[in-house]
Design a protein around this ligand. Sequence first.
Ligand SMILES: Cc1cc2nc3c(=O)[nH]c(=O)nc-3n(C[C@H](O)[C@H](O)[C@H](O)COP(=O)(O)O)c2cc1C
Ligand code: SF4
Ligand code: SF4
Length: 348
Amino acid sequence: MYDHVTIYYFSGTGNALTAGRWINENAEKKGIKADLISIDRFKKINVPVAEGKRLLGFCYPTHGFGLPWIMLKFIFRFPARERCDVFLLNTRAGSKIFKWFAPGVSGIAQILPALILLVKGFKIRSLFPLDMPSNWISVHPGFNQATVAAIVARCRIMTDDFCEKVLGGRTHFRPNVFVMMPIDIALAPIAFMYFMYGRFFFAKLYIASTDCDTCRLCEEKCPTASIKIVNKRPYWKFSCESCMRCINICPRQAIQASHSLAVIIAVAGSFLPLALMLKIFNSYIPPSLQKPADFIVNWGISLTLFFVVSGAVFWLIRLRWINKFFSATSLTKYWRRYLAPGIKPRDY
Ligand SMILES: Cc1cc2nc3c(=O)[nH]c(=O)nc-3n(C[C@H](O)[C@H](O)[C@H](O)COP(=O)(O)O)c2cc1C
Ligand code: SF4
Ligand code: SF4
């Protein structure tokens, strides 16, 4: 049915990359030419020349009930002239509770890019959420090997089945895509708040402990060039997608998502006389514009707070004992890390 499959992927810890590789393997077995292209640090969009009919795929993780900004930007800018068949595969936070495989939640991770692609004239052949092991280790410990292996094996079977159908030219939507759609749409406001606040908050929680030997691997492998080495230690910029790659590939496990820093930001935020600030600000704004203006001011204050508090901590942890305190109070120091099975830093 197809002569060429081109898959663009973004992957923090290798789940979306693994899914992309499985699809490529299946395509090659069927004699379909396949390209798997990383969008890390993309500047311009390279679309390989295809002979015959092309299927296009986008593989990416779900972040905050939406999709990572880098992938959204990529899809937004993708040349409309292609107008071919498309599938969207979003990996999600799968888990296993005793014998039950619990799914993640897509939110608008599929609906939003699907709408953009539809408007551009592409034909959606599949929306395929894949519940790979959750990689969000700043909020929970990584799963043990047996759990990861069981979840991945199940996903492999589902992906092979997806390939059988979609590479064979059929449209394939898992029934739960439609069952979950009302809930996914209802989660749009949370996805919006994650996009506006959450991703910046999580980006600013990273710290490097005294175990860091400035090998620069995290800086080199960051997909968004969000790490800068300052005074021999990594500094995280706002452009970080919180993809969990750096924290999981650091050879010395020196990167932590600091939970005490999260508490300090929350406490510092609660001390701000925000209501008074908004009241003064609103006296200069026409009443009809007060709500959107308040939102923007609130947003600006929050980002400034994240920047200032994390910046202060970045400088303070040059002192060894302060660094030890922040490392010791980061749960990630005690939690298992996660990279998809078989994925190594050199794969990025
Ligand atoms: C910052 C962040 C936010 C996440 N938000 C969600 C979410 O809203 N829903 C979900 O099912 N999984 C969520 N996850 C889990 C990932 O989508 C999931 O583990 C994915 O398979 C990771 O793929 P990757 O290894 O290719 O990056 C989140 C993970 C991170 C790091
Ligand atoms: S990868 Fe780890 S050890 Fe290397 S520079 Fe980054 S934080 Fe330091
Ligand atoms: S800084 Fe780390 S978490 Fe953020 S985008 Fe880069 S690799 Fe991912």
